[in-house]
Design a binder for this molecule. Structure first.
Ligand code: CP
Length: 295
């Protein structure tokens, strides 16, 4: 297994092994003595802070040489295709790729272009998948609620345009957690995401363990789509008033980047209830463990 395209192709055994290795790496950090002597290329066609830099940090910690491919400063600008770019990088003796791209499921095409011994990790493709975000999220949930079967999670905000949510739901199902509900305006939740609630009633989140918050992902809206931001803030922004009204007393998570003042306020994002920076930190350990396991 050296091509991580989405969560559905991964077994529970693989995830358990990954989480176990992640914990070992977390306990040993920063004193890891691994020397991979391989080269990884980071190809990010879309902006990223957490995913790209944690992969870079992880790869360097494992002894990889890191090539940072930047489309704006490459021959893509002179009309070179993605496939020819990959061919060129293979000729330059790259051992593997971490790729983010705006096209849905492009990771499947790229995977077919690569020889068997070249590794590949999907760092987010269109609305399709973001498997390493799901891995770090579920790892973080498991740290707090060891028995995921009994954990209740509500996803708040723009799940419709999220590539994280399909990956996270699949991984939660793999781990035995099925108590997942959705909260937010109708226009930000897909019909197949059920149960879905469109009002914040008194005490509606009192029995939930995790509130997983998503920003409005305008970059993936179709021209015909819109949302009223003032209504969104009034009804769904996670702040002190919202927490009191809904009775939510569990942990807050968010894949980032957060839009402070929109889906969450600054105080709440930095409060004791928030695991947002724990998620970022665990992302470093998960990605180190994943690179270690598949190479
Ligand atoms: N969550 C996430 O993918 O963040 P970045 O876009 O900063 O990598």
């Amino acid at each position: 297994m050296n091509k991580i395209k989405d969560i559905s192709s991964l077994s529970r055994e693989f995830i358990n092994q990954l989480f176990q290795r992640t914990t070992e790496i977390k306990e040993q950090w920063p004193n890891l003595s691994l020397e991979k002597n391989k080269t990884v290329c980071l190809l990010f066609w879309e902006p990223s802070t957490r995913t790209k830099l944690s992969f870079e940090h992880a790869a360097k910690k494992l002894g990889f040489k890191v090539i940072d491919f930047s489309p704006e400063h490459s021959s893509i600008k002179k009309g070179e295709s993605l496939q020819d770019t990959i061919r060129t990088l293979l000729a330059l003796k790259v051992d593997g790729f971490v790729i983010r791209h705006p096209e849905d499921k492009i990771i499947n095409k790229i995977s077919e272009w690569l020889p068997e011994d070249v590794f590949l990790i999907n760092a987010g493709d269109g609305n399709h998948a973001h498997p390493t975000q799901a891995m770090l999220d579920v790892y973080t949930m498991q740290e707090h609620y060891q028995d995921l079967k009994n954990m209740a999670l509500t996803i708040l905000g723009d799940s419709k345009h999220s590539r994280v949510i399909p990956s996270t739901i699949t991984l939660l199902q793999t781990m035995g957690c099925n108590d997942v509900s959705f909260l937010g305006p109708k226009e930000l939740i897909k019909n197949e995401f059920v149960p879905a609630y469109h009002e914040t009633n008194d005490g509606c989140l009192a029995n939930k363990d995790i509130l997983y918050i998503l920003r409005i992902q305008r970059e993936r809206f179709l021209k015909s789509e819109s949302v009223n931001e003032a209504d969104f803030i009034a009804n769904f922004q996670v702040n002190n008033e919202f927490l009191k009204k809904t009775g939510f007393a569990g942990k807050l998570m968010h894949p980032g980047p957060i839009n402070v003042g929109m889906e969450i306020d600054e105080f709440t994002a930095g409060s004791e209830q928030s695991l947002i920076l724990k998620q970022v930190e665990n992302g470093l350990y998960i990605r180190t463990a994943l690179l270690d396991l598949i190479t």
